[in-house]
Structure formats: structure tokens, C-alpha cells
Design a protein around this ligand. Structure first.
Ligand code: SF4
Ligand code: SF4
Length: 485
């Protein structure tokens, strides 16, 4: 039997089934231990330092205990602390991105995804480089600066060379005042050599959802194709880091397996990355199974309610305070709104989840033929930006850290020392100004400039405030762009 070892490079040892089961048993037994719960909540709370804040985070056992507890007063406290952490490390900023689907050819058999090989009625499509350019122009015209590219796994149709070519094309397009400044990549688990090539191509985060940490379920949910190999998939982030990618993004598709098992597995994965590579995940995404062609989410009997979903999000915030958290347009405006307060730091906006879904379509039109899932939040980017501001969040198009080489442990140490807050706030205001000047509707512009003016006053350093104000004036009065701290 495999023994739990967070430092091991073997999937069955760092995501250890026996340890997860034992954790869940222990959490059930102690879930009403008031003293222990108090202790864990105190541990999670951010502590003010001379510069910024510090946070201890939670272990997978502590996080599981909070999840097992069902006292409403404890839940309120979890939400309060999640909000405190969010404000301490991320302030009121929300980073914006959009997915770009390159190809839906796939040789895998994932039962929850419409791109699975056996789906013969979905049209298969792969963008040519000309089409990639057209998509990027359309995304730049919306105001996007940060993309997450998506492609199915198909060595013949979507080899690594194709992905690399697309990344090159994306970075090469500069339309009007637009450019894409960070390309995050969501493609199948691959080799160290391929990760090295992705790193050389200048990618931001490498994102790979585990889907489920429960091996038995994983094997059933991925009955055919290379993705069937649980160990190869689970060990992918170690290979990515070996290949030099130090920003990796984890995620679980909630609804596939029992959520308590998944949360423990997810936190264990983060602990493993920290133990082996000295840096935890850059981001964690919290998708839920959604309706799509050939997919009925009710066939998965582990679906979770909005309430449990919010609780999980808040507990992840407590457990890994320095990790960015992402929510997509899979969720409705109402759910997104609640989760933004509880720790989400990145959202997608104006998203199309089909191959070639942007170019040639107006805001109200969206092609459904190759959609990977139903988009619940169908508002345009302009509407999402305005909505965020009206709810007190600063939409940020910032990509400064990656472009200044602040990735992996360099990013984390800045984040942990509270320094990041001194860059993030002015960077958010400058990139928001770019958006307002170049892409926003008059209504959004009016709300935005009021916000920029108010938020500038909150920059504590006189020098930083002066420089940010000068750059903002420059953006308004010239075509100069891309200022950053
Ligand atoms: S989830 Fe990914 S690997 Fe699985 S069928 Fe869909 S595109 Fe292919
Ligand atoms: S300064 Fe760095 S951490 Fe802050 S928003 Fe920009 S990229 Fe993110």
C-alpha cells in the first residue's frame, strides 16, 4: 500500500487515498470540537506586519474539518476571514481574462465533455493561423490583454508545434492600441521537453484541471485515450515545473466526485508543490460541471449546491491565501457576485467557449455548434467591467508580474511580503484607464473615471501616486500604453 508523502513524486503517494479517507474520518469525528475550530480559524486569519500582511494558510486536514462543520456561525466566520484575506492580498481588484479555443479535436473519452472522441455529431474545428489572428483582433477590440488558450488532446491535429505556432501568432498581433500580454495555456498533460518549449514560447500560467482526485472515479470518467492514465495526469505539474514553468494552475471539476474528497485532494496537491518545488500553485480554478452538447449535468449525482460551492471557495481562500482564484462564465452573475467577495481574484468576461467564437460575431450573437459548455454569464466585457465597478471591484488588465519576470517563488515572495499590493493597485488603475480610453462605452467610461480618481487617492506612497497619475494622464492624452510598476 502506498504511504502518504507530500515530497514524493509519485501520484499515489502525494495524493494518497488512505490519507484522504483518514482525513475525512478525522474531520467527521472532530467537526464539532469548538476549541479546535477556533484554533483553526485563528490560524487562518491574516496578521498585519510592518509591511503588508502575513497568513499561515491551512493544511488539508484543517480545511477538511472546516468543511465538515455545519454550524452557521462558523460558516459566517469563514466567510469573514476569506473576505479579510481577499482584501489583505488582492485588495478590491479583479483580474480579467478570456478563453480562446483553438481546436476541439480530441482523442480522449472524458464523459463530462462534449469534445470526447465518440461524440460524432459535434463539428470538429481547428483554427488556422489566419483565424487565430482574426480571433485575437476581435479579443483586442473587446479590450482583452490576457488569454487562456484551450485545445483538446490530439497529437495529429493539435501537436505541440501547432500550439507553439498559435502562441507566436497571438503575441504578434498588435491591433490599434491593443496587444495580448499574457497567454496562459490549458492543454493536456505532456512531457518535460514540451513544457520547456511552452516556457520558451513565453507562456504565463500552465493550467491543467485534475477533474477529480479520486483515482477510481477518474478512471471511469476517462475511460479511453491518453488522459486515462491517472498518474501521468496527476504528476503533470511536477513535469511542468521541471520544464521551467513556475506558474501552474490547479482545478477540480466540482460535481464529478464527492466534494469533501476533492477539497482534501486539491489542498494536498498544493502542499505537494510547495514541499517539492518551494512554490504552491499560482492559481486554483473552481469550475462546476455544466450542460453542453451530449452532456447532461444531472447524470452526475455529486452536483453541489450554490451554498456548498461558496463554502468550498471560501475554505480554499483560507487554505492557500497567496494563490489566485479563478471563476469562469460557467457561473451566473449572482454566483459570481457572491464568490468575488469570498476570495476570487480573476474572472473571465465576454467569453466564447467555441472554436472561432469571437471574430465576425456581435455581442449578442454566439455560435453554439462547437461550444464546450453553456455560458451562464453572457454579458459583454463592457457590461462585466461596469458591473464589477458598480460593485466596488477594480477591473484589472494587469500582466506586469509576468512581464517583469516576477513568476514562481519571486512572485510568491513579493506577495508574501505584502509588496505586491504596492504594484497591483496602480497597475490596475493604469490598465483600467487603457480599457476605458480605448474600448469602453460612454456609460462605463463615466463610472470608470470616477473610480480611477477615487482609487488614486488611496495609493499611500506620494511618489507612486504621482507617477501613476502622470501615466494615466499620458494614456488619456496620447497613444502611449503599457506602463507598469
Ligand atoms: S476535457 Fe479535454 S481531454 Fe477531455 S474530451 Fe474535453 S477537450 Fe478532450
Ligand atoms: S502586479 Fe502582478 S500580482 Fe499584481 S495584478 Fe499585476 S500581475 Fe497580478
Amino acid at each position: 500500500m502506498a504511504i502518504y508523502d507530500p515530497k514524493s513524486l509519485k501520484a499515489e503517494e502525494f495524493i494518497n487515498d488512505e490519507e484522504i479517507r483518514d482525513t475525512l474520518r478525522w474531520a467527521e469525528e472532530h467537526k464539532n470540537d469548538q476549541a479546535l475550530i477556533r484554533e483553526i480559524l485563528e490560524k487562518a486569519r491574516p496578521v498585519r506586519k510592518e509591511k503588508g500582511y502575513t497568513c499561515k494558510g491551512l493544511t488539508h486536514r484543517e480545511a477538511s474539518l472546516l468543511l465538515a462543520n455545519d454550524d452557521p456561525a462558523v460558516l459566517e466566520e469563514i466567510y469573514r476571514i476569506a473576505e479579510e484575506i481577499k482584501l489583505a492580498f488582492y485588495g478590491n481588484r479583479i483580474v480579467i481574462f478570456a478563453p480562446l479555443y483553438l481546436s476541439n479535436y480530441c482523442v480522449n473519452g472524458c464523459v463530462y465533455c462534449p469534445y470526447h472522441l465518440k461524440n460524432k455529431h459535434i463539428p470538429r474545428k481547428k483554427l488556422t493561423q489566419e483565424e487565430v489572428k482574426a480571433e485575437v483582433v476581435a479579443l483586442q477590440d473587446m479590450g482583452h490583454k490576457r488569454l487562456a488558450i484551450e485545445a483538446g488532446e490530439d497529437p495529429k491535429n493539435n501537436p505541440i508545434e501547432y500550439i507553439l505556432e498559435c502562441i507566436k501568432t497571438i503575441y504578434s498581433v498588435h491591433h490599434k492600441n491593443g496587444d495580448i500580454r499574457r497567454v496562459n495555456v490549458n492543454i493536456a498533460a505532456t512531457t518535460v521537453e514540451n513544457y520547456r518549449r511552452l516556457k520558451e514560447a513565453g507562456i504565463g500560467t500552465y493550467i491543467l484541471f485534475q477533474e477529480t482526485y479520486h483515482k477510481e472515479s477518474y478512471l471511469k470518467l476517462h475511460p479511453t485515450g491518453p488522459k486515462h492514465d491517472y498518474d501521468y495526469h496527476t504528476e503533470a505539474m511536477d513535469r511542468a515545473m521541471e520544464g521551467g514553468i513556475d506558474d501552474v494552475g490547479l482545478g477540480v471539476l466540482f460535481g464529478l466526485e464527492l466534494y469533501k474528497y476533492e477539497l482534501a485532494g486539491l489542498i494536498m496537491h498544493a502542499e505537494h508543490l510547495e514541499a517539492v518545488h518551494g512554490v504552491g500553485p499560482h492559481t486554483i480554478s473552481v469550475p462546476r460541471v455544466k450542460k453542453a452538447d451530449d452532456i447532461d449535468p444531472t447524470q452526475f449525482d455529486n452536483g453541489i449546491s450554490d451554498e456548498i460551492f461558496a463554502k468550498i471557495t471560501a475554505i480554499i481562500r483560507l487554505a492557500v491565501p497567496y494563490t489566485g482564484m479563478i471563476i469562469s462564465t460557467r457561473e451566473t452573475e449572482a454566483v459570481r457576485s457572491k464568490l468575488l467577495r469570498l476570495g476570487i481574484s480573476q474572472v473571465s468576461g465576454g467569453s466564447r467557449t467555441s472554436v472561432g467564437g469571437y471574430a465576425g460575431y456581435s455581442n449578442d450573437e454566439r455560435p453554439h455548434d462547437t461550444e464546450q459548455f453553456d455560458v451562464s454569464d453572457q454579458r459583454s466585457l463592457d457590461e462585466v467591467v461596469r458591473w464589477l465597478m458598480e460593485n466596488g471591484h477594480i477591473p484589472s488588465f494587469c500582466t506586469a508580474c509576468y512581464r517583469e519576470g516576477r513568476t514562481g517563488d519571486r512572485f510568491m515572495s513579493l506577495c508574501k511580503s505584502g509588496q505586491i499590493l504596492n504594484c497591483c493597485h496602480p497597475n490596475a488603475l493604469m490598465t483600467l484607464t487603457e480599457y476605458l480610453e480605448d474600448y469602453a462605452s460612454p456609460e462605463t467610461k463615466a463610472v470608470g473615471y470616477r473610480m480611477v480618481e477615487e482609487e488614486l487617492k488611496k495609493i499611500p506612497s506620494d511618489k507612486v501616486r504621482r507617477i501613476a497619475t502622470e501615466h494615466i494622464e499620458d494614456i488619456k492624452n496620447s497613444n502611449r500604453r503599457d506602463f507598469r510598476f
